[in-house]
Design a protein around this ligand. Structure first.
Ligand code: NAI
Ligand code: MG
Length: 332
């Protein structure tokens, strides 16, 4: 039996991971789950928010399903999410954001795939105080990381029948760093003549996305732009409760939703588990388990078509567990 590392995380994490495991199992995808604490709980238990055994478990199993983990603002420990992605070199963050049948949103026909560079940029975490009152935060862009994430995006486009990749940057101002990222994307694009490549300056892209999101296909972005534009794109298709994701590298992949730990609704059975369930579907497809993946997709569509059965963030009335049980029933 396939073993999968399960990181429930904190905030709404334990609620949405329990819901997702329930649905995966009900769809007939039987896994051995290796539970691990990470974040504040692991810090209290082991003195480290990301103990070595978590990384070892993911390297051994090659696949993890992960709930969100809270990061203290300002001081406190370094983001566990960022550490995990860097320690395992999970260089591509894949986030499909599409209009779902039955999910209310301002737009229809949105079908975007975001590929975010996941290991460097401003997330390198290199900051220092030059003199009191002056801070430098360094943005690191390397040719190696830029080329491999571009290659991942174009390979994904090719294997998923996508027609166009738009590289997003601020190379007019950050001529060297973003310039290198754009140059690497252009060099990579040359090997994929069937896929159209173009680019947009990030501020213009944001305006265009909120005006005409249906005109874009795949977006390739460095780390911070990808983080921000991911939440923007979630807003185009119904909010953070509906957008799944995967962090992919050579050692394996960690599947998690775009949203965070949502402390405002944690522990109240209110969280929408849909985004993590869809991340679970991405995990099944990564493992070539298409039959249960198709079944869950169909069950989610059937439940979302019924307004009352949706969670409150989507205008419905269902709690996390009620939504989950509706999906299980729809699986038949
Ligand atoms: P957030 O995504 O947790 O929440 C933003 C808003 O969206 C809140 O109003 C929340 O209630 C709502 N929301 C998010 N997910 C939802 C869901 N599944 N169902 C219903 N409503 C949902 O972002 P925020 O508040 O900025 O971050 C909270 C914490 O999460 C921070 O410590 C942050 O660092 C962490 N975080 C962790 C991530 C991860 O583990 N990958 C990703 C993003 C944030
Ligand atoms: Mg984010």
């Amino acid at each position: 039996m396939t073993t999968i590392t399960l990181l429930p995380g904190d905030g709404i994490g334990p609620e949405v991971t329990a819901a997702t495991v329930r649905v995966l199992e009900a769809a007939g995808a039987k896994f051995e789950w290796e539970h691990h604490a990470a974040g504040a709980e692991a810090l209290a238990l082991h003195g480290d928010p990301l103990p070595d055994d978590v990384l070892e478990s993911i390297v051994r199993n090659r696949v993890a399903l992960k709930g969100p983990i809270t990061t203290p603002v300002g001081g406190g420990f370094q983001s566990v999410n960022v550490r995990l992605r860097r320690a395992l070199d999970l260089y591509a963050n894949l986030r499909p954001a599409r209009t779902l049948p039955g999910v209310p949103s301002r737009f229809s026909g949105v079908d975007l795939v975001i590929v975010r560079e996941n290991t460097e940029g401003l997330y390198s975490g290199i900051e220092h105080e030059v003199v009191p009152g002056v801070i430098e935060s360094l943005k690191v862009i390397t040719e190696k990381a830029s080329l491999r994430v571009a290659q991942y995006a174009f390979e994904y486009a090719r294997s998923h029948g996508r027609k166009r990749v738009t590289t997003v940057h601020k190379a007019n101002i950050l001529k060297l760093g973003d310039g290198l990222f754009l140059d690497c994307a252009r060099r990579t694009a040359a090997a994929y003549p069937e896929i159209r490549h173009d680019d947009r300056i990030i501020d213009n892209l944001c305006m265009q996305l909120v005006m005409r999101p249906e005109t874009y296909d795949m977006l390739l972005l460095e780390n911070l732009y990808g983080d921000i534009v991911s939440d923007l794109c979630a807003g185009l298709v119904g909010g953070l409760g509906v957008v799944p994701g995967a962090n992919i590298g050579e050692v394996g992949a960690v599947f998690e939703a775009v949203h965070g730990s949502a402390p405002d609704i944690a522990g109240q059975n209110l969280a929408n588990p849909l985004a993590l369930m869809q991340s679970g579907v991405m995990m099944l497809r990564y493992l070539d388990l298409h039959e249960p993946a198709d079944r869950i997709d169909a069950a989610l569509d059937a439940v979302l078509a019924e307004p009352r059965l949706r969670t409150r963030d989507l205008g419905g009335e269902a709690s996390t567990t009620e939504f989950t049980e509706s999906v299980v029933r729809a699986l038949g």
